[in-house]
Design a protein around this ligand. Structure first.
Ligand code: FAD
Length: 474
């Protein structure tokens, strides 16, 4: 029987395992499948802690519903009724600017104003800033089709103020990235496409709204799910991880199995595991962060490894704090706030978790999560837990006037854990794919390549599994 080995039990590796399980179950692919995970838990960045009626996410806390692959996987695994959206009341996000919390104006669609009045009356932007954003209506489209940075694009179309107050904290923030180096093509390709098609971002967004109105219906999600841009699982995101394992009886899931090397042996791949064991497989799906995969692949696929090495990673930390609701002075009416770089805070954003999602904290407590580090402030991993907690509490005092002592705080590091899609990323990934052609049976999956969010990793893992199965069937 042919054998597939998956290395890495994060979202991508698990999605690959589940796709292979489906094919084994449907008797389309008679093969053995083993997933090797170095850690004591499966899930990789997805990790949930539960205690005293708190549900605390160490990594991702939700995923976007517009990309259907995460929701689809939940439905296949029988988790459809466990999906929840964000709370309906107070769905406001704020920008901390000039020492104040200023609401994001209504009608901003991916940073482009599509409603005139809320934008015009918003105190978020100065009058010169608003006029500059409006010039998008007249600025010609870019002649060059090549990639550019998010900063260059936003500065060119909407001006510096839109970059500083919106694009950097909101959009680059999602990627923990520096907008000056971050690839537009690999992160927000729809902006470049809108400019190409409609010339102006504002005209493009208005045209899309008009088409939706004319067709008489809003675009429907591929599968029924909560009517919410962000969704999560009622019991925490790692219930996705346990469901994949539970529903994949034909896959062998092995934890505590750290890969130390790959070698080609005839038509097969030999995988060495820490402790001396080794296994062979006909196809191997390497679902590891690129900075780890590059080191492991260097001896057997140096061409691919050298290109993987060019994908940078930065460190971040997330600090979760819980407070007794009784004494908490801030009303937390909203989902949280983002912080532009020049506002003098070290936190980049804060999610008011208990206001955003149900059941994350018991009724008598509030829960918040603050983010430090990333592409523009790369020192999160050099600070110890007490320094990070102090930074966060100082910043919460300045921004929200939080003077209370937290019931608990928890610091989670992501040391070199945030992949950066820099200008030219897509061409780099194409060249990695081309390099893989010389290494039959070797496949790469994960957030390093064509999308970092959980739905992207699910899609990427699923497709990679299909390519590996196709390879085995030849
Ligand atoms: C702090 C943070 C917040 C995020 N928030 C969101 C969010 O809200 N929504 C969203 O959609 N996305 C979010 N993301 C992004 C998303 O969580 C990740 O991109 C995705 O989970 C990565 O999955 P992966 O399978 O590519 O890699 P990983 O999750 O990194 O999995 C790789 C696995 O490989 C294992 N491994 C490493 N070395 C070895 C070895 N030598 N041998 C065997 N196994 C090994 C690791 O232990 C790990 O389990 C967030 C990411 C971070 C860091």
């Amino acid at each position: 029987m042919k054998k597939i080995a998956i290395v890495g039990g994060g979202a991508a590796g698990l999605a690959a395992a589940y796709r292979i399980q489906e094919e084994i179950q449907n008797k389309n692919a008679p093969c053995d499948c083993v997933l090797l995970e170095a850690g004591d838990n499966f899930g990789g960045k997805i990790r949930t802690e539960r205690f005293d009626n708190f549900i605390v996410e160490r990594g991702p806390d939700s995923f976007i519903s517009q990309k259907p692959w995460g929701i689809e996987l939940c439905h296949k695994l029988g988790l459809g009724d466990r999906l929840i959206g964000t709370k309906k009341e107070h769905s406001q996000t704020f920008v901390y600017t000039g020492g104040k919390m200023v609401p994001m104006p209504e009608g901003l669609s991916m940073m482009v104003p599509t409603k005139f009045l809320p934008f015009v009356f918003s105190p978020l932007f100065s009058w010169p800033g608003k006029i500059r954003m409006g010039l998008d209506l007249f600025i010609p489209r870019r002649a060059d089709n090549g990639d550019e940075s998010l900063a260059s694009f936003v500065r060119r179309r909407l001006g510096q103020e839109a970059l500083v107050k919106m694009a950097e904290p909101m959009l680059a923030g999602i990627y923990s990235a520096d907008p000056e180096t971050m690839s537009l093509q690999s992160t927000f390709p729809m902006f470049a496409q809108t400019e190409k098609k409609y010339r102006s971002l504002i005209l493009g967004m208005l045209e899309r709204k008009r088409q939706v109105m004319l067709s008489g219906k809003a675009p429907k999600p591929a599968k029924p799910g909560p009517d919410s841009l962000f969704v999560t699982l009622r019991d925490g995101l790692d219930s996705l991880v346990s469901a994949v394992i539970e529903k994949s009886p034909n896959v062998q899931f092995r934890k505590g199995q750290k890969l130390t090397g790959f070698a080609r042996e005839g038509d097969q791949w030999k995988l060495s595991i820490e402790g001396g064991e080794s296994i062979t497989a006909d196809a191997v799906i390497v679902a590891l962060p690129a900075n780890i995969a590059s080191g492991l692949l260097q001896p057997c696929a140096p061409d691919v490894a050298n290109r993987l090495e060019k994908i940078p990673y930065v460190s971040t930390a997330a600090v979760t704090l819980a407070y007794s609701r009784k004494d908490f002075s801030h009303p937390l009416r909203g989902f949280g706030f983002v912080v532009p770089r020049d506002e003098g805070l070290r936190i980049t954003a804060c999610t008011w978790t208990s206001s955003k999602y149900e059941e994350r904290a018991p009724d008598d407590h509030v829960l918040m999560r603050c983010y430090v580090g990333g592409g523009v402030a790369q020192d999160a991993d050099r600070l110890d837990e007490s320094e990070l907690e102090k930074i966060v509490r100082d910043d919460l005092l300045k921004s929200m006037n939080v003077r209370e002592t937290p019931a608990f705080s928890k610091v989670y590091y992501n040391r070199k854990g945030n992949v950066q899609y820099q200008v030219g990323h897509s061409a780099l990934i194409d060249s990695i794919d081309a390099g893989l052609q010389s290494h039959p049976g070797l496949f790469l999956a994960g957030s390093a390549y064509r999308g970092i969010g959980i739905p992207d990793c699910v899609l990427n893992g699923t497709r990679t599994a299909e390519s590996a199965l196709q390879y085995l069937s030849k």
